[in-house]
Design a protein around this ligand. Sequence first.
Ligand SMILES: [Zn+2]
Ligand SMILES: [Zn+2]
Ligand SMILES: [Zn+2]
Ligand SMILES: [Zn+2]
Length: 370
Amino acid sequence: MTCVELGFAVEPSDVRLLVSRYFPSKIGGTPAWLDQANLPSSREVACGLCKEPTVLLLQIYAPDTEDDIAFHRTIFLTCCLSASCHVTDSARCFHVFRCQLPRRNVFYSFEPPDEDNPESEQRQVDERFEAARLCWVCGFLGEKSCAKCHTAKYCSRQHQIIHWKNGHKEECTRLSQSQGGNETKTSERQCVVASAVFPQLELVIETEPEVVDEEKTDEQRMREYEEFVKREGSGVAEAADVEEFEREAAEQKHVECDKAFRRFKDRISREPEQVLRYQRHGMPLWVSDKTPSLQHDVPHCSCGSERTFEFQVMPQLLNYLKVDSLNEPSIDWGTLVVYTCKRGCNEGTPYHEEFIFKQSFNSLTCKETR
Ligand SMILES: [Zn+2]
Ligand SMILES: [Zn+2]
Ligand SMILES: [Zn+2]
Ligand SMILES: [Zn+2]
């Protein structure tokens, strides 16, 4: 089994490198699409619960070195911004898209781009695609345009309204009067409304360090915990029978919760800042004992192949998203586990929807110690 790769959220060293031709892994902002021509439709990216558009949560460049059809390969994870869609265990307010391209393709040069010279010739290619097509707010496919200036593009009415209130009202008249506004560079014109997308950060990948010596096995942990419960429990012998019974039941639940959660905490203590764990065909690290069955809960790919684990998003990412965790409800998860086609097929659309499972923390006790 290969080792686990960890993802960390860092301030971008150079935002010019977070665009398509550098095949970035990143958090938030607008997507750096891989296939530029066949973007998912607004309907495909709409939240499965409230039907409003989802925005980019993160994207990972994860090429398959053994398969030329996936010489370039990026997984996109989108998320609904409405906190009320995140109160249940449902993952329908997320979407995962897998996109892959062979080395020889119409969008990118055969040789890797020159990172030391980010203003290279392919800039025009990207802009030709982007200018015509993308929502000025979220960077997803913009199938609608502003009725007045015919220049600004939007994925949805909701983003048009957001943009109108955040500067387009003034800009619109100017744009509708200016001749040949379409030739202006998108990068200069595109006004991303910061509050309508997640903050943009670079996703830096490093290999997980080896096991730390003091890390205890589950059995050790369980034994210690049971002894602790026994010791503490002896002091409350006066309690009424019913109370006693309830307390024991609660403790039992706590022990169960504790097992997965302690393993989780132990493991992340090696690198507490990790926001992502990547191990294609590997095993997720669960935060609770409510795990899905690979056979029953993870649907097969449309090509017929089973899906395997590819990566998981950790709760630490929430700290970087500027989501208001003090107000209830807020965007929240224990972990988001992404499964992709085991075969890495090329079936269906270029942005192939994959499966995501949301696991919440089991109980308040667990959540407190996050
Ligand atoms: Zn929603
Ligand atoms: Zn949009
Ligand atoms: Zn306009
Ligand atoms: Zn498949």
